[in-house]
Design a protein around this ligand. Structure first.
Ligand code: SF4
Length: 150
């Protein structure tokens, strides 16, 4: 399924943008529900749907929009600025020869996105404390902070 998501990266990105707009529109509901319940609800939907579509590992800091819908956390080395240099000539992973390198796939998917250079963005070191958290909730929070900023 994850290869399908990469092939159709642009459609998934469009869908997510629309979905985010809906999340923002529902802000009054989130306010009534409170942070904890909102987070729990988003997590309950995000986890199964993204694990089905992207083999998501719930890192809590999603960068699918920059990696052409190829989840970097599926890299056996968990590299978020890839590839590592050990990619085989056939585009497979050096650690798991049966698997296509997630970064080869990321490059393929990124060619389908509108911002083709987004994949070149240098990612910060991964913060392990985010593991298991909802990226959707993080996007919601980010948007709130942007709105509150003068
Ligand atoms: S980058 Fe993180 S949140 Fe996004 S699909 Fe991969 S593990 Fe899940």
């Amino acid at each position: 399924m994850r290869y399908f998501a990469v092939t159709h990266a642009a459609s998934f990105q469009r869908f997510y943008r629309g979905f985010l707009r809906l999340l923002f529109l529902l802000e009054p509901l989130w306010r009534v529900m409170g942070q904890r319940r909102t987070q729990r609800l988003l997590l309950a939907v995000e986890k199964p749907s993204k694990s089905l579509l992207f083999d998501c590992r719930m890192c809590g800091a999603c960068i699918l929009g920059q990696t052409g819908m190829s989840c970097p956390m599926n890299c056996p080395k968990n590299i978020r600025n890839g590839p590592c240099g050990g990619v085989r000539a056939n585009g497979h992973c050096e650690v798991r020869p049966d698997m296509r390198c997630v970064w080869v796939e990321a490059w393929r998917g990124s060619r389908n996105l509108r911002e083709t250079n987004a994949i070149l963005t240098l990612q910060p070191a991964y913060d392990q404390r985010l593991k298991g958290r909802s990226s959707w909730f993080a996007d919601l929070e980010r948007r709130r902070q942007e709105r509150a900023a003068p």
